[in-house]
Design a protein. Structure first.
Length: 374
């Protein structure tokens, strides 16, 4: 390491931004090793698809279920520790992170449901990530008539509609499926992630980013779901309230990709002895640390129903910073950044993807407002 060079993380990229907190040493060792492997195989994972064995390796290393209560088989650690792991995984391989993050909806369902059949069938396996979850609910955020509709039957529901995005389909065990009813409720079901009558699954979608996430579209035609498979039936207003609580916050993955991008920019500055590039990396590092501190303070120390405007503004600013930093990295790298084996172009595409991941109308308006040339 040369004088003044920042410590490198497990991917070999200087980590100018650093962690938001200190992790337990045993967690650091496992995280370093797994992220090294993820970074080395990220291009292959994106091009040919995430393998279940890679997810299982993270599970075996104790890097999932971190904040799940111990009574359900988790580690019961503070959410801040889980955020640091998310940052590191996303910065090493966005494809793997995105498949793994789908698990949250199934996890929330099994931890909060009162359905005894689902509790017996899925709770511990999902809580410990032995059973991996996929999710389909992006359609609920769209305006206009419901895209996926549930109609009551004597023993459950019949569901009809188009699921445009189901990520992780071929590696998941359980699907958290959400849909609306005619009387303004949301049905949340947990079903096995396998084809069944009333379900037509597409081939994996060809995507500009996250192409290896095993994302498919699914057409539902009177798919039958029994009461035993239903985790919750909520009022539409309640579902929107819970969703808004989450989506106003900045996803830790944004900061994770920024850590890799800014670190790579710093490495170029050091290698070329370019003061301008090194100074730019330091400027971005300072900016990201400020945004992350603000974002996580809002998550940890304020009521989740408060300060939504501030939370949303920070999320937009973090996304805009990632756009700028990833573009700067491509420019600083030069033509070699265009190779599909290079991380610079992948991070640039992932930065575009993060603009629409869990996007809401409010976030979209905030971004457009920030980008206005007026």
């Amino acid at each position: 390491m040369s004088d003044g060079e920042a410590p490198a993380n497990s991917t070999g990229v200087p980590d100018l931004i650093g962690p938001a907190l200190t992790l337990p040493e045993q967690l650091v060792q496992a995280l370093d090793e797994q992220c090294r492997i993820l970074a080395e195989t990220a291009a292959v994972a994106e091009r040919f698809g995430v393998q279940r064995s890679r997810i299982d390796a993270l599970v075996s290393a104790g890097l999932t279920s971190l904040s799940v209560p111990q009574e359900f088989g988790g580690q019961g650690l503070p959410p801040a520790l889980a955020r640091e792991v998310t940052e590191r995984v996303a910065g090493a391989c966005g494809t793997t992170w995105f498949v793994l993050t789908q698990h949250r909806s199934a996890l929330d369902a099994v931890l909060t449901t009162t359905n005894p059949v689902l509790i017996e069938t899925w709770r511990r396996d999902v809580a410990q990530t032995r059973a991996l979850g996929a999710v389909a609910f992006a359609h609920l955020r769209r305006s206009g008539p419901p895209q996926v509709v549930a109609e009551p039957t004597t023993d459950g529901w019949e569901i009809t509609g188009e699921l445009d995005w189901v990520t992780g389909w071929s590696v998941a065990d359980v699907l958290a499926l959400m849909c609306r009813t005619a009387d303004g409720r949301v049905v949340e079901a947990l079903i096995t992630a396998n084809p069944r009558p009333g379900m037509k699954v597409s081939a994996p979608l060809s995507l500009m980013a996250m192409g290896g996430t095993q994302t498919v579209a699914i057409t539902l035609d009177r798919l039958r779901v029994t009461h035993d498979e239903v985790a919750h039936v909520r009022q539409w207003s309640q579902w929107c309230h819970l969703d808004n609580r989450r989506t106003v916050n900045t996803p830790p993955a944004v900061f994770g990709v920024l850590r890799s991008v800014v670190g790579a920019l710093a490495r170029i500055g050091m290698r070329r002895e370019s003061d301008a590039t090194s100074d730019l990396a330091q400027q971005y590092a300072t900016r990201v640390r400020e945004l992350r501190t603000q974002a996580y303070d809002l998550m940890d120390h304020h009521d989740p129903d408060e300060l939504h405007g501030e939370r949303l503004a920070i999320r937009a600013q973090a996304l805009e910073t990632l756009q700028q930093a990833s573009a700067a990295l491509v420019a600083a790298t030069g033509g070699s950044a265009m190779s599909m084996d290079r991380p610079e172009q992948r991070w640039a595409r992932e930065s575009l993807f993060l603009l629409v991941q869990a996007q809401t109308a409010d976030l979209r308006e905030q971004l457009i407002k920030d980008w206005s040339l007026a």
